[in-house]
Design a protein around this ligand. Structure first.
Ligand SMILES: NC(=O)c1ccc[n+]([C@@H]2O[C@H](COP(=O)([O-])OP(=O)(O)OC[C@H]3O[C@@H](n4cnc5c(N)ncnc54)[C@H](OP(=O)(O)O)[C@@H]3O)[C@@H](O)[C@H]2O)c1
Length: 264
C-alpha cells in the first residue's frame, strides 16, 4: 500500500480490470462512481458525478495518480474539465486518460458526422483538456473493445434483416489487454500521447456479425447501407484502425468462444 490512486469509471468494462491490475501491483485504489457503494475487495468508493462536478473534490483528495476511465457517448470533454479542475487543485502528479484511436482523424463537421461519430470529437476535446491541464499526463488511444462490439452485434441482430454501414471496418481489442497497458502507463512516468493499442485483426462489419451469428447459432440477411458525410468517409478509409499497432493478442473469435459459444 503506497500511493493513493483514483480510478474514475472503475466500475466499468475497462475500469474494473484496471483497478485489479493496480491492486495486484500493491497500490491502494479509490473508485469514483455515481452510485454510492460499500467499500469491498480493498476498494474505497467515492460518490460523485463528473458531468456536474458534484463530489469530485473529495474524490481527488490525496490521489497522486488519477486514471480517468469514466466516459459515455456524449460530454466527455465536460467530464474531463471538471476532473482536471479538481485535480489541479489537489496537486495530482499524474493524470492518465483513455481515448479512442481515430480521435484526431475523424472530422466531425456536419450534423450527419455528429449524429454517428460525435463521440470521436468529444474524445479529442477531452484529450486536449488533459494535455492543456498543466498536470503531468499520459493519454492512451485504444480501438473498440470486444465487449462493445458484442453489445452492438446483439442489438443489430435483433432485426430479421440487418442494415450494415457499408465499407466500415473495426479492429477490436480486449479490454483486459488495454487495462494491462493503462495500468502500466499509470505506474510509469507521464508519457504524453502513448503509442496506440489495437486488436490483432481488422474486420468488416459483416465479418464481425457473421462470427457472432455463428457463435450464437443464428442466421440473418445483411444489407449494406451507405453512410454520408466526411466522418464516415474517413472511417471507411481506416481512420479508426491502427494496423501498425496490432499489439492485442486476443481475437474477436477467442472472445466470442468465451462469452457466447459457451453459453449458446
Ligand atoms: N468501449 C470501447 O470500445 C472504448 C474504446 C476506446 C476507448 N474507450 C474509452 O474507455 C473508457 C471506458 O469505457 P468502458 O467501455 O469501460 O465504459 P463503461 O463500461 O460504459 O463504463 C463507463 C464508466 O464511466 C462511469 N461514468 C459515466 N459517466 C460518469 C459520470 N458522469 N461521472 C462519473 N462516472 C461516470 C461509470 O461509472 P458509474 O456508472 O459507476 O457511475 C462507468 O464506470 C471511456 O472513456 C471510453 O470512451 C472505450
Amino acid at each position: 500500500m503506497t500511493t493513493d490512486i483514483l480510478v474514475t469509471g472503475g466500475t466499468g468494462t475497462l475500469g474494473r480490470p484496471v483497478v485489479r491490475r493496480l491492486q495486484d501491483a500493491g497500490r491502494k485504489v479509490r473508485v469514483l462512481s455515481r452510485r454510492s457503494r460499500e467499500a469491498g475487495e480493498g476498494i474505497e468508493y467515492v460518490t460523485g458525478d463528473l458531468a456536474t462536478g458534484q463530489g469530485i473534490e473529495a474524490a481527488v483528495d490525496g490521489a497522486e495518480i488519477i486514471v480517468h476511465c469514466a466516459g459515455s457517448n456524449k460530454g466527455d470533454e465536460d467530464k474531463a474539465r471538471n476532473l482536471v479542475r479538481a485535480a489541479a487543485r489537489a496537486g495530482t502528479r499524474h493524470l492518465v486518460y483513455i481515448s479512442v484511436v481515430g480521435a484526431d482523424r475523424v472530422p466531425v463537421v456536419s450534423g450527419a458526422d455528429r449524429a454517428m461519430f460525435g463521440y470521436f470529437a468529444s474524445k479529442l476535446a477531452a484529450e486536449r483538456v488533459v494535455a492543456d491541464s498543466g498536470l503531468p499526463w499520459t493519454t492512451l488511444r485504444a480501438t473498440q473493445f470486444h465487449d462493445l462490439m458484442l453489445l452492438v452485434a446483439r442489438q443489430m441482430t435483433k432485426l430479421p434483416v440487418i442494415p450494415v454501414p457499408a465499407g466500415i471496418r473495426f479492429q477490436p481489442v480486449d479490454a483486459g489487454e488495454v487495462a494491462d497497458q493503462l495500468a502500466e502507463l499509470a505506474l510509469g512516468t507521464p508519457a504524453g500521447l502513448a503509442p496506440d493499442i489495437a486488436g490483432p485483426r481488422v474486420y468488416t462489419v459483416p465479418e464481425l456479425l457473421q462470427s457472432y451469428l455463428r457463435a450464437s447459432g443464428q442466421r440473418r440477411l445483411m444489407v449494406p447501407v451507405p453512410i454520408p458525410g466526411k466522418a464516415a468517409r474517413a472511417v471507411r478509409a481506416g481512420a479508426i484502425l491502427a494496423p501498425g499497432r496490432a499489439v492485442g493478442r486476443r481475437t474477436w473469435e477467442d472472445f466470442l468462444a468465451d462469452r457466447v459459444l459457451s453459453r449458446a
